[in-house]
Design a protein around this ligand. Structure first.
Ligand SMILES: [Fe+2]
Ligand SMILES: [Fe+2]
Length: 199
């Protein structure tokens, strides 16, 4: 079974847990998510991991597409845009800014307890990839000394604590410094939503 499918079934993106952690992340940042259409985005945004070989490798940014197009069909362009822009890599490659869903998604990671997260990513086989990628030399300068010490640890619990500390700090920095994220109603819509891929 492909890694992306395992992630959706019992890993970091488990369909019965991750969407609710994203909702919790949203709540943490902006209060209760009352927009029913956003709940479709919480549920669908990562569904495109189905059948993918890698979680963060080349082409993995396209995992946003399936959920975004389902959101477009059910809820409209604005919600498709929210889903497309939940991936920082997709945004970088497409010259777009991240969405509120992106920050809620990252906050979900920072809020997930280790006792829940670690057994799941060990069982799915994702842990090794996530540990490796967090130690990419290009990322090291972003970490504080303490975060770096923990992220370099061979113990998954310490690694997770370090990466959650960093993620929590990064998300709050975005919310506090970017007016687009001060309140849910101020979501960025300066760029037109992407067109569905041809074919
Ligand atoms: Fe995602
Ligand atoms: Fe997600």
């Amino acid at each position: 079974m492909k890694l992306g499918t395992k992630s959706l079934l019992w890993g970091a993106h488990a369909f019965y847990l991750h969407p609710f952690m994203v909702a919790r992340g949203w709540w943490h940042l902006w209060g209760a998510p009352r927009d029913a259409k956003m709940w479709i985005c919480f549920l669908m945004h990562d569904i495109g991991y189905l059948g993918l070989d890698e979680m963060d490798g080349e082409g993995s940014e396209n995992h946003v597409r399936l959920g975004a197009e389902i959101a477009r069909w059910l809820c409209g362009d604005r919600y498709a845009d929210e889903c497309y822009r939940h991936s920082r890599l997709w945004c970088r490659l497409n010259g777009r800014t991240i969405s509120r869903l992106c920050l809620a998604d990252k906050m979900a990671f920072a809020l997930t307890p280790a006792w829940l997260y670690l057994p799941m990513v060990k069982a799915s086989g994702e842990l090794h990839e996530y540990m490796e990628r967090s130690r990419d030399p290009k990322k090291l300068a972003s970490y504080s000394v303490e975060e770096l010490r923990l992220i370099r640890s061979g113990r998954p619990s310490e690694w997770l604590r370090g990466l959650q500390m960093f993620t929590n700090r990064w998300v709050h920095a975005q919310v506090m410094t970017d007016p687009a994220f001060f309140a849910p109603s101020n979501g960025r819509e300066e760029n037109p939503p992407p067109k569905p891929a041809a074919g």
